[in-house]
Design a protein around this ligand. Structure first.
Ligand code: ATP
Ligand code: MG
Ligand code: FE
Length: 339
């Protein structure tokens, strides 16, 4: 079965073709980062308009690259939520109209289930059950994953997401949007131990997170420097910030594995691309003989491949004929059930 996947929940238009026998055939992405950079963040209306411009040419592109035509598509999976409603509406309406014209079924995919399952697109995927750390721009969650659609929330952030903390810290340090890669790059130039930032909830008995205090602590440091905040100080702050976030994430992942008695961890979402996080997780996991699985770097952030894949896992429940649609800008992952 050949599934076309469409992602348009935020600022990336992602298209992909996933074959249930052969796996991922092709994928393509257009990122709107350059367009939004001037505003320091995503402008929803601009995002929607750009998805309209990109979606069909990218569809054509993935089909051509795979040597397929629209007539070969057996089903269409699209991100139904959560995300920006206007952006979601673009992908959703394109998916449903294409499916109507091709007379194929559709499936509305939960964006976070897409992220969550992305590591399973890689060679030697882990078997269920496992612990998942979902660390993206909007979410920081630990879950026990027993099967597709069987997600038990073990821990969550009480305020900001880890990616959001990276983005806000980047702004405080005058770095470009999106903040994660920029902070990470600058952090590599920093001197360890120059500053001391808090490790929020590091020793709390639960598996929850809190990152807004960390951002405030960065703000305090920046203010203390005033006009003397030079490149060296910024690199040192970025370094300590990254140490703080990755230490907390690593420790909570280990606690989640211990608590569940499981030995496999998957990490997904944009912050999962962070090199220091991967280094730390790999180091402690090795000591304890846990296995850690990640998506390839380009599938950590938003992409069409993860949507095509999650859709393929649920295609037996696809809508066959009714091509009416709604988007779900707010949609709790825990509402999902097994296919
Ligand atoms: P959500 O999926 O929760 O709705 P999102 O789609 O915006 O949010 P993703 O696309 O998964 O999130 O990831 C984007 C986030 O990942 C941004 O906050 C970005 O700063 C962060 N990020 C990307 N690369 C890195 C990196 N190398 N290190 C740290 N953070 C990173
Ligand atoms: Mg994005
Ligand atoms: Fe995302």
């Amino acid at each position: 079965m050949l599934i076309l996947g469409i992602e348009s929940s935020c600022d990336e238009t992602g298209l992909a073709l996933y074959d249930t026998e052969q796996g991922l055939l092709t994928h393509a992405l257009h990122s709107q980062i350059d367009m939004h950079a001037a505003y320091g963040g995503v402008v929803p209306e601009l995002a929607s308009r750009d998805h309209i411009r990109r979606a069909l040419p990218l569809t054509q592109h993935v089909l051509e690259k795979a040597g397929k035509s629209l007539a070969d598509v057996d089903g269409i999976a699209y991100t139904q939520g959560p995300g920006l409603s206007g952006a979601l509406l673009v992908g959703t309406s394109i998916a449903e109209s294409l499916a109507f014209s091709l007379n194929v079924p559709t499936i509305g995919v939960h964006h976070l289930e897409g992220h969550l399952l992305a590591p399973l697109l890689e060679p030697n995927p882990p078997a269920f059950p496992f612990v998942a750390l979902l660390v993206s721009g909007g979410h920081t969650q630990l879950m026990r994953v027993s099967a597709i659609g069987d997600y038990e929330l073990l821990g969550d952030t009480l305020d900001d997401a880890a990616g959001e903390a990276f983005d806000k810290t980047a702004k405080l340090l005058d770095l470009s949007y999106p903040g994660g890669p920029a902070v990470s790059k600058l952090a590599n130039l920093g001197q360890p131990g120059t500053y001391q930032l808090p490790r929020p909830m590091l020793n709390s008995a639960d598996l929850n997170f809190s990152f807004s205090g960390l951002k405030t602590a960065v703000l305090t440091l920046v203010n203390q420097h005033g006009n003397t905040l030079d490149d060296v100080a910024r690199a040192n702050i970025a370094h300590e910030f990254q140490e703080a976030v990755t230490e907390v994430l690593t420790k909570k992942c280990m606690a989640a594995l211990r608590k569940t008695g499981l030995t496999q961890l998957i990490v997904s979402g944009g912050v999962g691309a962070n090199t220091r996080l991967r280094e730390r997780l790999n180091m402690v996991a090795k000591r304890r003989q846990y296995q850690v699985h990640y998506p390839r770097l380009e599938f950590c952030t938003d992409n069409g491949a993860m949507i095509a894949f999650a859709g393929a896992m649920r295609m037996q429940h696809a809508k066959q004929t009714d091509h009416s649609f709604t988007v779900r800008p707010r949609w709790d992952l825990a509402e999902l059930t097994r296919p």
